[in-house]
Design a protein around this ligand. Structure first.
Ligand SMILES: [Fe+2]
Ligand SMILES: [Fe+2]
Length: 351
């Protein structure tokens, strides 16, 4: 049995020095991820597999979201082994299809996709992906796995490894519920919160009933949430940061609790606005070239590179090439809104 440390020794003045240490961690965190490194890695992996771009395990000072790129291969070998359910996890996940065509079965529904499409997989929905062509699929994914890990709920279940399913359920219910622990939970008549109340409940009784029925209500919200965004439906609008398209956002009908996704565009010779915010942001450069000023440092980038923007660092983007710059940007803005901490401050505006 491991012994418990002396509390004063263990905690010390930690919370007093935390702010200063946190600023140091942010400043030391890597920012630019080279697309050339990704290409080298993928070549070494015979053109297949995952390359992690931004992740706390790679030394980034990130706590909520991560970014990776997947080259699952083509034809039969891609996503081998899933027959029915696929896998599921207690995280928000947003996938952007770079190349290839196929479909995904998410919570029993089929979604067809191609290059430029997005999918927002509802939390704990069984999902699997199928490549329908010989062209290899490439997709970029961002998930809230670090956030779930810090909460102690980063559960990943896969139909190929039932021995590791901690919320395993037997029978049909396993395919139907999006509630961790599914069949163990009592069923609620009509799945309506109010319908679950019996008789005259005290305030405390009612509050507790709402707590018991929460998972059922949340499951319904997950199922009502949007999943697929076709690239052809993406619309850009002018903002003080420049041209932006809101893709996945809890205000747009997606049941995301942590992640938000936007696309940004900058025309040749122009720059974005400058802003800073109290949430994490990761960028993937989809096209063009230029540089970013992040606090007092400058980072040059081109298509295929990724950027990790430290929390509350000022950042602004400049297009120095001949092509339009397009940036895929994921953030933990939803999480910060849901805990009441989201702050965005605007500096210089886009030209
Ligand atoms: Fe997944
Ligand atoms: Fe930002």
């Amino acid at each position: 049995m491991s012994s418990v440390q002396d509390p004063n020794e263990a905690v010390g003045l930690g919370n007093v020095t935390f702010a200063r240490e946190e600023l140091e961690r942010r400043r030391k965190s890597p920012v630019l991820v080279s697309g050339d490194m990704v290409r080298e890695r993928i070549e070494k992996q015979q053109g297949k597999g995952i390359v992690h771009l931004i992740d706390p395990k790679l030394g980034f000072n990130h706590r909520a979201i991560r970014l990776w790129i997947n080259y699952p291969g083509s034809g039969e070998e891609a996503w081998e082994g899933w027959n029915l359910l696929g896998h599921r996890h207690l995280i928000d996940a947003v996938i952007y299809i770079v190349q290839g065509h196929g479909y995904s079965i998410i919570d029993g529904n089929r979604y067809d996709w191609g290059p430029g499409d997005f999918m927002c997989v509802p939390t704990f929905a069984w999902h699997r992906h199928v490549n329908t062509e010989d062209v290899p699929v490439i997709y970029i994914a961002s998930t809230s796995t670090p956030y779930s890990m810090s909460l102690g709920v980063s559960i990943h279940e896969d139909e190929r490894y039932p021995e590791y399913c901690v919320f395993a359920q037997k029978g049909e219910d396993a395919q139907k519920t999006l509630i961790p622990g599914g069949t163990e939970a009592p069923t609620v008549p009509g799945s309506q919160s109010v319908a679950a109340f019996r008789g005259d409940l005290s305030l405390e009784g009612r509050l507790y009933e709402e707590q018991v029925v929460y998972a059922v209500d949340e499951e319904r919200r997950r199922r009502l949430g949007r999943v697929l965004v076709k690239g052809s439906d993406v619309k850009f609008g002018q903002t003080r940061m420049g041209k932006m398209a809101y893709i996945v956002d809890q205000r747009l009908g997606f049941n995301v609790r942590v992640m938000s996704t936007v696309l940004a565009e900058i025309e040749p010779g122009h720059h974005s606005g400058a802003h800073r915010h109290l949430y994490e942001e990761v960028n993937y450069i989809l096209s063009g070239e230029g540089y970013s000023v992040i606090d007092d440092r400058t980072y040059h980038w081109k298509a295929g590179d990724a950027l990790s923007i430290p929390v509350f660092a000022w950042h602004q983007y400049f297009n120095t090439g001949k092509e339009r710059v397009r940036i895929l940007s994921h953030s933990s803005r939803a999480a910060m809104e849901n805990v009441g901490l989201q702050v965005t401050q605007q500096g210089e505006e886009a030209d």
